[in-house]
Design a protein around this ligand. Sequence first.
Ligand code: PMP
Length: 454
Amino acid sequence: MNNAELTARSLARVWNPCTQMQDHEWLPLVPIRRAEGVWLEDFDGRRYLDAVSSWWTNLFGHRHPHIVERLKAQLDVLDHVIFAGFTHEPAVRLAEKLCAIAPAGLARVFYADIGSAAVEVALKMSHHYWRNLGQPQKTRFIALTGGYHGETLGALAVGGTGLYRDAYAPLLMQPIHVRSPDCCPMVEDGRAPGESWEDYSRRAFRHMEQALERHAGEVAAVIVEPLVQAATGMRMYHPVYLKLLRQACDRHGVHLIADEIAVGFGRSGRMFACDWAGIAPDFMCLSKGLTGGTLPLACVLTTDAVYRAFYDDYATYKAFLHSHSYTGNPLACAAALATLEIFEQQDWLAHNRRNGQLMWNAVADLSRHPQVAEIRQQGMILAIELARNPERRQAYPAEQRRGLRVYRHGLERGVLLRPLGNVIYFMPPYVIDIEEIAQMAAAAIEGIQQATRD
Ligand code: PMP
């Protein structure tokens, strides 16, 4: 097998996600044969540094020996078992460990298989909680503009990114969209020059407060991506917003759903992004890094108060009847347990503080580049926003696909830098070393210089 053969066979039969397939008439599809650490390798022996952790899933490098060992051992014992009426040790131990590291008060784990499914679970559970408590009119959700929560219809509905949402708008429930606290200087009427992230995030909260005042009676929950609106372009805001939001949700009798699918497990610089604000949500959605990037698994952590609202005689029909065939898959749970064990082996948060600083230093000079509107960072996420004219808040038109030019240059230089529109970002596995950071940054800097030349 070589690159050309597998690519041809793939294009003949496979439909890839999040892709205009026609692009592959001129844009090479990259067939990967194997992976190790931060490296992916194709069939012709070319290597690519996985600077995006394969859609933000990988934490400790591909095929981490500890995860591989635990997965193989699990495969020898139990592959899968129905999770209704039955339970198993990996799921129980994982639930115990997750509750031990999660923000205080999150004491129950409901498993699902993908991030979007976890969001569906949280939305349904929140509404159903209020229904069980005699408030069935709480049917709506408040969400932020620029948010992203997945592709299934419920998750897509509470997303606020037109690119993914618009085509399906007629199919979707209507959330109440509130203006995001996004601190990027490219935002129209956004953060004033010199205004701190904290001041702006506080100021932006008034939109949320107004929405809650007006709609709390019909709203089940507010859903947010804490601190980083990832899919919309790694747009960031200050933890004070989460603090204010927690207080306001309590005041108005509305749940708070924290979608930590992208930012959980150390990515934000703390174990969970909510930890930056010292808050506990009513529902916390986890996936992606949960298994260290090996297998699909997701879960929703919630409180005993929520759990108790469903706990009653069968005939009251209060039970949460949501299910997925692969709920709590033992192999995925074993991979997740192994991932949490790796967290226990050393202080990865301290390690990432150094890594984060190295990533920043490696691209800091770009802040003087005339087409760089902003370099922003939250823990192990660093984003570089390109713009035609940053002073005038003029973005590059999407159809110019400037980010894609950086992507192509990255591939030539052996670095996978999948952009989000005009935003180039680093979100590498935590095991990346100093030389690899330098290589990743050099590819991005050169790519940005070429992509912004005309
Ligand atoms: N929420 C957030 C914040 C995400 O970033 C994503 C995936 N990019 C999802 C939900 C959906 O997860 P999945 O792709 O596993 O369905």
